[in-house]
Design a protein around this ligand. Structure first.
Ligand code: ADP
Length: 756
């Protein structure tokens, strides 16, 4: 697309604004002047044409009337030759236009002939002449012949018939030639023929002047030129019937038109027919002279336009000089400043807005320089900061990953990338989700970063290249950092886990290995106990034996507990759920613990369930739990206390309670009661020995049964431990293991013995 600059646009605008109205006004003026001039000229021409035609009409009428008058004198009618001679000679003397006049009889023989020199002696036979034939043939009307030039002088022949006279002669119709009474050709007695010179008539007609160059000429009904002011033209151009104006006249007789003249010039012409002879007067004026004044208006208009255009061009040049040049300088300067040449000064020093603008640009250059300098400094310190940050990031042993809202990795350090065997550069911009395929409890883990906050996830597993990494994630979801949605700190737990597993393996193996010699010791002690030789032992020896048995029992319980704890932690503790009668388990456990209660003078009560209650449970495991709870109640209740065991159904569950009125548990200890190795402080001070593992194991067992375990207790008043178990579902039997498994080797539940 053509791009016009402001200067060109302004010039175009100036020209349009100044010349537009001028052109319109000029055209309007020219048009209206042209119209008026044409109207005026046409009116003038018409009037002139009418005047000229009138003159010719009058001439022909007068001449005809004279002849009619002469023809109607009795001398003429009666061919009274002497009198007629006199009359005609007088007529010729009176009318200098008459060149020759004759009286012709019926046979066409001249009887009298007179010219300007007097009577003519030699009479001619004119019977075959046009005037004679025409006048007789026209039957009583005059004949006006064609215009003829003899020796360069125009002539016309007019003839009138001599009609028989009657008393009713009406001379009022002389002008229409309806004189005399014409009934038949016999009424025509002769013809009077006169030859008239048109020189004087033409002189007056051709004297017509219109405007500066307008003139009149006369044509006959055949388009022959019969009078023209230019005699040379006249003699060489007789037939002008093809000239536009003439043809128009022949067609329409009276009108006005613009066309080419007989001389080929554009003219405005008007024409008027002559009544008596069907000739016509054409008055014409060259259009150049008709519209001469318009042309001057036109010329003035064009002159003004040229003047205005020059002024517009000058104005636009001035504008260019005054405005555009400074603007161009400012634009070029602004570009230079934009490219970084901040010290460049735009050389516009005019005392106007443009000067101000240039000044502003110049001072802006200074400010920009300072700004850019400042920016560069900041950039440098920012890079330094970045460098520090990245070296901090790289020096951290934990993995750090920043992701954006689309889940793409924005930043990642080497330890994080190493988890999947990559380098940070490989992962920048990559999808976190696609590269870090995290699992939790063997299910895919999806990181949610929609809500701000700090989220903690442990036990996450990241499988990569045939090995598992155990990870702990702290995810800080942020809202106000532009391209960062979350910062993830990855702590690799794998080394700790491996150590833990090794420890658990060691404990399990050690405990297992301890059980074998212990079983041997216990076997021998039982052997001694059941031997008949026992009666030979002293009281002292008996007590030693009993202490050894008790110690072995305690050790065996402790080893069992340690084994169970290691199974729980390694995830290898399983329960074999079968349909068992809870009442029976409870009753057996109560019976087993009764000795211990009696030894402490405690009352151990049991309220069995109201109806037989089957639960889906591992019998030995539940026995372990119940025994542990009764054992604890006996242990932490002073002598003479009350212990109660009860069970009742609640919905689809059965709730077992072991209550006592012993020392109770302080509120602050309740939360930790079921954790590993936890013991309430005062219970330790009361001298009861224990490991702090019983309740931890019990909770694990109840969890595996999909039940709940808890305590209600008040310090000094007693405690009630309870647990729930799902009832055995008779209809679906879905909550028991279908095949009974031999699990003894996996979990040998040994009833805890009292510590005493
Ligand atoms: P242990 O009895 O071997 O110490 P437990 O896990 O069985 O371990 O019990 C943990 C702690 O809970 C005990 O040390 C004791 O302080 C407290 N506790 C358990 N049962 C009772 C109870 N019935 N009354 C008071 N405190 C109890």
């Amino acid at each position: 697309m053509t791009r016009f600059k402001i200067g060109q646009k302004l010039l175009a605008l100036l020209l349009a604004v100044s010349l537009g109205p001028l052109v319109v006004v000029t055209l309007f003026l020219v048009n209206s002047a042209q119209h008026k001039l044409r109207t005026d000229a046409v009116n003038q021409q018409k009037q002139a044409a009418i005047n000229a035609a009138d003159r010719v009409d009058t001439f022909l009428g007068d001449k005809t009337d004279i002849l009619i008058f002469q023809s109607q004198t009795s001398a003429a009618r009666q061919f009274d030759i002497p009198n007629t001679n006199l009359n005609l000679a007088a007529l010729v003397k009176q009318d200098r236009d008459i060149q020759r006049v004759s009286l012709v009889d019926k046979t066409g023989m001249e009887r009298v002939a007179v010219d300007q020199n007097g009577l003519i002696a030699k009479h001619e036979n004119v019977s075959s002449s046009d005037p004679f034939k025409s006048a007789t043939f026209l039957a009583g009307k005059e004949y006006i012949g064609p215009v003829q030039y003899v020796n360069g002088k125009p002539h016309v022949v007019i003839a009138v018939p001599l009609i028989r006279f009657t008393e009713q002669q009406d001379l009022t119709h002389l002008s229409t030639a309806e004189f005399g009474t014409y009934r038949s050709a016999d009424d025509i007695q002769g013809v009077m023929i006169a030859d008239f010179s048109l020189a004087n008539l033409w002189q007056s007609v051709l004297a017509t002047k219109i405007g500066s160059d307008g003139y009149a000429y006369v044509v006959d009904d055949k388009g022959n030129l019969i009078a023209h002011p230019d005699s040379a033209f006249l003699s060489s151009h007789r037939d002008v019937s093809r000239v536009h104006e003439v043809a128009e006249f022949l067609a329409s007789q009276n009108s006005a038109d613009i066309g080419r003249s007989e001389k080929g010039v554009p003219v405005l012409a008007s024409y008027k027919a002559i009544t008596r002879s069907s000739w016509g007067v054409i008055v014409e004026e060259p259009t150049a002279s008709v519209f001469a004044s318009v042309n001057s208006i036109y010329r003035i208009g064009v002159g003004i336009m040229i003047g205005v255009a020059i002024v517009a061009i000058v104005c636009s040049l001035l504008f260019r000089r005054q405005l555009l040049v400074p603007i161009q300088l400012i634009a070029a300067g602004a570009m230079r400043i934009g490219r970084g040449d901040f010290r460049y000064k735009i050389p516009v020093r005019t005392n106007d807005e443009l000067g101000d603008l240039a000044h502003s640009f110049n001072s802006m250059g200074g400010s920009l320089e300072a700004f850019v300098h400042d920016l560069q400094k900041r950039n440098a310190s920012l890079s330094e900061e970045r460098r520090k940050q990245s070296s901090i990031l790289e020096s951290v042993s934990d993995g750090i990953i920043a992701i954006n809202k689309k889940g793409e990795i924005v930043l990642i350090n080497a330890p994080a990338a190493a988890l999947i065997g990559k380098k940070p550069a490989d992962l920048t911009g990559a999808s976190f989700r696609e590269h870090f395929i995290l699992m939790v409890n063997e299910r895919p883990f999806a990181l949610n970063v929609t809500r701000a906050g700090i989220y903690h996830y442990d036990d996450l597993v990241l499988p990569y290249a045939d090995k598992l990494s155990y990870l702990e994630l702290v995810v800080a979801v942020v809202e106000d950092m532009q391209d960062i949605a979350a910062i993830i700190t990855v702590h690799d737990l794998t080394p700790g886990r491996e150590l833990e597993v090794m420890k658990l393996d060691f404990v399990a193996i050690a405990a297992h290995e301890l059980r074998t010699p212990l079983t041997v010791v216990r076997g021998y002690l039982d052997l001694v106990n059941s031997s008949p030789e026992i009666s030979r032992l002293t009281v002292m020896n008996l007590e030693y034996l009993q202490r050894a048995q008790s110690g072995v029992s305690q050790l065996s319980g402790l080893i069992n507990n340690i084994l169970n704890v290691s199974r729980i932690e390694r995830g290898t503790l399983h329960v074999n759920l079968t349909k068992v009668d809870l009442g029976e388990i409870l009753a057996r456990a109560v019976v087993q613990q009764r000795v211990s209660a009696v030894l402490k003078q405690q009352h151990l009560g049991y309220a069995p369930p109201k109806e037989q209650t089957f639960v889906a449970a591992d019998e030995s495991a539940i026995n372990e739990v119940v025994t542990n709870l009764i054992n604890n109640a006996i242990k932490y209740t002073p002598e003479g206390g009350h212990i109660s065991v009860a069970a009742e159904r609640v919905g689809d569950f059965v709730r077992v309670e072991v209550g006592d009125d012993g020392q109770g548990i302080p509120d602050g200890a309740k939360a930790n009661l079921f954790t590993k190795f936890y013991r309430v402080e005062n219970s330790m001070t009361t001298g009861n020995r224990g490991t702090g593992l019983g309740l931890f194991i019990s909770k694990s067992i109840i969890s595996l049964h999909h039940g709940e375990i808890g305590v209600v207790s008040k310090l000094g008043e007693g405690s009630t431990f309870y647990f729930t178990l799902p009832l055995y579902d008779e209809r679906t039997q879905h909550n028991v293991n279908k095949e009974s498994e031999e699990l003894d080797d996996i979990h040998g539940w040994f009833p805890k013995r009292t510590n005493r």
